[in-house]
Design a protein around this ligand. Structure first.
Ligand SMILES: NC(=O)CC[C@H](N)C(=O)O
Length: 195
């Protein structure tokens, strides 16, 4: 669990409900020992700035490039994206996920909303909470779309993707979304660790 800024506690609670004792990562030595990493929602520019201050920016990029399973939610999705539209001037990411995301994409009118979304691979819909969320504007060839918005002005927009060991949601599964998304990620980590 990257614990520089954002809703770390909610993710730790969601993982703990699945019997997974998540460890927090703030230092390079802590990063070195994890087998999977969650990038929380929060403020993407702040998280990148703190990652640089803590000497974690390049080590994070290196572990992602090396195949570390990562779940990025909201700001965490922005951090995983290779390309950002409407970002802060010169906004950097960790990258790894071959997508273009649009930051704060849902606009002022509906900047926060909730919707039940169907997720490929889950039996029940996920109650998805969007808070000044990004959406995925476009995806590269290796990226699988796992969920889209179905109603309202943003219908059809991509809000969950996966590319190999990298998974990202626009919404906050750690806030009232049950444990389905975390379960998917824990399974992904287990798969990748075995292979
Ligand atoms: N809830 C969130 O994580 C919002 C993300 C935030 N708008 C950002 O750009 O980082």
């Amino acid at each position: 669990m990257l614990a520089l800024q954002g809703d770390v506690r909610e993710h730790v609670a969601a993982l703990s409900s699945l019997g997974v004792a998540a460890r927090t990562v703030r230092r390079e030595t802590e990063l070195a020992s994890v087998v999977g990493l969650v990038l929380p929602g929060g403020e993407s520019t702040t998280i990148v700035r703190l990652a640089r201050t803590f000497g974690l920016l390049e080590p994070l990029r290196a572990r992602i490039a090396d195949g570390l399973p990562v779940l990025g939610t909201c700001a965490g999705m922005i951090l995983l994206a290779d390309r950002v539209l409407d970002g802060a001037p010169g906004q950097e990411t960790l990258g790894g996920l071959d997508v273009t995301v649009r930051r704060n994409a849902f606009g002022r009118q509906v900047d926060s909303f909730e919707e039940d979304v169907d997720v490929t691979g889950l039996d029940a819909p996920v109650h998805a909470v969007f808070i000044r969320a990004p959406w995925v504007e476009s995806t590269g060839p290796g990226v699988e779309v796992l969920a889209t918005v179905t109603t309202g002005p943003a219908a059809g927009r991509i809000v969950m993707v996966r590319q190999g060991p990298l998974m990202a949601t626009s919404f906050h599964p750690e806030v009232g979304g049950g444990s389905g998304i975390h379960r998917m990620f824990v399974d992904l980590v287990a798969q990748q660790t075995q292979s």
